[in-house]
Design a binder for this molecule. Sequence first.
Ligand SMILES: [Zn+2]
Length: 430
Amino acid sequence: MKRCGWLVMAMVGGCAVALAPEAPAGLKAQARPIVLHAARLLDVSAGKIVSPGEVLVEDERIVAAGTSVEHPAGAEVIDLGDSTLMPGLIDAHVHLFLHPGAEDLQTVVESVPQRTILATLAAEADLMAGFTAERDMGTEGAGSADTAVMLAIDEGLIPGPRLRISGNAVDILGGHEDAIHFNPAQHVLSNADYANNADEIVAVIREQHKQGSTFVKMYETGPDSMVNGEFHTQYQYTEAELKAGVDEAARLGMNVGVHAQGEPGTLYAAEAGVASIDHATQLSDETMRLMKEKHIPAVPTFTIFEYFAEHSAGAAAEREHAMLDYKIREFKRQVAAGVPMAVGSDVGPFPHGTQAKEFELMVKYGMTPLAVLQADYLNGARILRWAGEIGELKAGYYADVVGVPGNPLEDITVVERVVFVMKGGVVVTK
Ligand SMILES: [Zn+2]
């Protein structure tokens, strides 16, 4: 008898056929072309709506897009009526491995397998809400379990956005994500991987990359406090340490996104040349100047701040509201200064699939709908390292397309009511 390898094998005439799971029919791009037709189409780089709108899709890519496209013989035509065709939404800051209740002990109580199953459901909920690409900003203690989720999505086994993943985030001992204030004898684990100097940062990045990471998340600041209306936060890494991380990530073809709430950590991050500064509650004039010069977007994550302000009680609620008020004031200053922005919601602590609220809040606090959409699509694609492949409806791009009711340039809230979702040429809307 022939011996089979260690991979799972089927005994078909011996042992030659690997039982590689097949993508379900509903998650595969179909062979015949698809023409999408709708009343309007968003031309992202031109910054305008054209009418009507059509997109020709073959396999997983866009062949043509505009007011009219060729209708090849045998093409399936999908008429979306009075809606607007737009590129799939990008969320530059998500946590697939968190669900509401993040302020409780879910990362301690729930096993990694349990959290991974929930992460697959989160990925599906985000996709159905129109998010076809996401950056998962740390599994919060689930290690490289996000690799399994990403691979299953990429192989078409489960529905979900195309993902950039970091595994755990990188953090200092006793830092932002460490399990402090527990009985030390219980040895409660950190939600991130420890790295306390440049050499350790490089080693952790290599280990995470070995396990499948496609970008690096570092915690640059924390804890945060509001004192007499002023925001304060500790930095965690020096500029040189962050730079060691940025360089190692670049060597591996990746980039670094940082949790950085305020000075001087935000300045160190900008100096080190990170890909994005997430939360970005407090940016000095010099930091803003560097972010403009180096084209480093801020990712404000308003939705999580608003959620915590609305879902806290007593002194915590007072603090969260003061933080949100401060953040809104600073955001207006950042917008006026021309700091580049990207759209990231920090979804996870609030329900997956509801995060398009972030677009509404960025408009509410000072940006135009078009500026928010361009920030999402163009800066989002760039920091996710898919520039030229997602974020626009153009020939050669992935066929990631959503339909929204109404005109998003007149009413940004239509992105919260997505009626049609296609990812990589596959219609995923049920
Ligand atoms: Zn986050």
